[in-house]
Ligand binder design. Structure first.
Ligand code: NAP
Ligand code: MG
Length: 403
């Protein structure tokens, strides 16, 4: 029996809810702990414990992620009115992902996991398209209202002393009622978004594309373009040239057209709304939500790995009734391997990073041999291979065998 791989610094482990909480334990038991002397600092972000700690546990976990640099998070319930009743909650706690993002101040990177036989809907896509979504401001913290006929809407800016610096007419609603909206971003947030994107592109050695609509939005979107250009020229140009990758700025509609024609292998930086919309398009076009990784990277180099999907509630209710489920654990496995590999890299433990890569390979090869969960069976096309649907644990055991 080989010795288990030793770790130096703990990974911040954030447990979660429902079916993904079940998968979480099984992944550790079946695929990680037999090989790695796993060192984690454990935070239970399950809804019950968030409620019991008045959500302090989420803040503590995010602080720990900042302290140690690498965290891995299980999917969690973001409570709504129905969950407040179901779990008898003290209040409707905020989204844990939102809280963690605010504390870490990061950018979310999402990438599809490719397996032969699971064909993207876009035939030319051969490599992953990785999406970087700015997770601050714009319409997500917009201010909006309805207006009546005869109203006039202005955009007013006051200086520190409260004196009006600028008053711009947005629209005169003389002819009839309507709607009005205003939104903002900050130079600091755009700057950290830009640095995260440049750093990540260097990390994965992909060219970086960034796009806005600066021809129309000559102040707002143009600011994004200028900040990206300035940071590229002063801090990253040489590093990009050395790595043999390029930075390209273009218009958002041109970027969409180029993405559709591309072979993939691109890091696509998107403003908040573009990233929200385009990440769902890209995920779906590559096959399944269960095959999408997600990592939050902060400008000061903290990483939080997670799956891009939710807690798979419908499967959990089946599990509670004692029925078999066939829930795809690939994204959650890759959240763990992402964290293990990054820890290995930072602590100079090459065997830990190598183990993570082997586990990823075993996972993908298990699918390529035709063993998979139900969500993938309908998508799988490979000559001479008949896909077999395994239950949730059966799939993990098949990976373990391969490993
Ligand atoms: P979801 O959990 O992603 O599930 C939606 C549906 O997608 C499932 O019912 C299932 O379809 C399919 N699916 C998703 N992941 C799958 C997987 N790994 N394997 C197989 N099928 C999968 O989203 P939701 O139902 O909208 O949300 C459920 C809970 O998750 C909510 O409480 C929400 O707040 C939370 N959530 C958390 C996060 C996060 O923590 N990052 C993200 C999103 C949602 P079938 O039922 O047809 O099999
Ligand atoms: Mg979305």
């Amino acid at each position: 029996m080989n010795q288990k791989i030793k770790m130096k610094t703990p990974i911040v482990e954030m447990d979660g809810d429902e079916m993904t909480r079940i998968l979480w334990q099984w992944i550790k038991d079946i695929l990680i702990c037999p090989y790695v002397d796993l060192k984690t600092e454990y935070y239970d972000l399950g809804l019950k414990n968030r409620d019991a700690t008045d959500d302090r546990v989420t803040v503590e976990a995010a602080e720990a992620n900042k302290k140690y640099g690498v965290g891995v998070k299980c999917a969690t319930i973001t409570p709504n009115a129905q969950r407040v009743e179901e779990y008898n909650l003290k209040q409707m706690w905020k989204s844990p992902n939102g809280t963690i993002r605010r504390i870490l101040d990061g950018t979310v990177f999402r990438a599809p996991i490719l397996a032969k036989g699971i064909l993207p809907y876009v035939p030319s896509w051969k490599q992953p398209i990785v999406l970087a979504r700015h997770a601050y401001g714009d319409v997500y913290s917009g201010v909006e209202t309805k207006t009546a006929k005869g109203d006039k809407a202005y955009l007013v800016v006051e200086d520190e002393k409260g004196e009006v610096k600028e008053k711009l007419l947005v629209h005169d609603f003389a002819k009839g009622s309507g709607i009005v909206q205003s939104m903002h971003n900050t130079d600091a947030s755009i700057t950290s978004f830009a640095r995260s994107c440049f750093n990540y592109a260097l990390d994965i050695k992909y060219p970086l594309w960034f796009a806005t609509k600066d021809t129309i939005s000559k102040k707002y979107d143009h600011r994004f373009k200028d900040i990206f250009n300035e940071i590229y020229e002063t801090e990253y140009k040489e590093k990009f040239e050395k790595a043999g990758i390029e930075y390209m700025y273009t218009l958002i509609d041109d970027a969409v057209a180029r993405i559709m024609r591309s072979e993939g292998g691109v890091l696509w930086a998107c403003k908040n709304y573009d990233g929200d919309v385009m990440s769902d398009m890209v995920a779906t076009a590559y096959g399944s939500l269960g095959m999408m990784t997600s990592v939050l990277v902060s400008p000061d180099g903290n990483y939080e790995f997670e799956a891009a999907h939710g807690t798979v509630t419908r499967h959990y209710y089946k599990y509670l009734k004692g029925e078999q489920t066939s829930t795809n654990s690939v994204a959650t496995i890759f959240a763990w391997t992402g964290a293990l590999a990054k820890r290995g890299e930072l602590d100079n433990i090459p065997e830990l990073t190598a183990f993570a890569k082997k586990l990823e390979k075993a996972t993908v090869e298990t699918i390529e041999e035709g063993k998979m969960t139900g969500d993938l069976v309908a998508l799988f096309r490979m000559e001479g291979v008949q896909p077999v649907k395994l239950d949730s644990q059966g799939f993990l055991r098949a990976i373990a065998e391969k490993l």
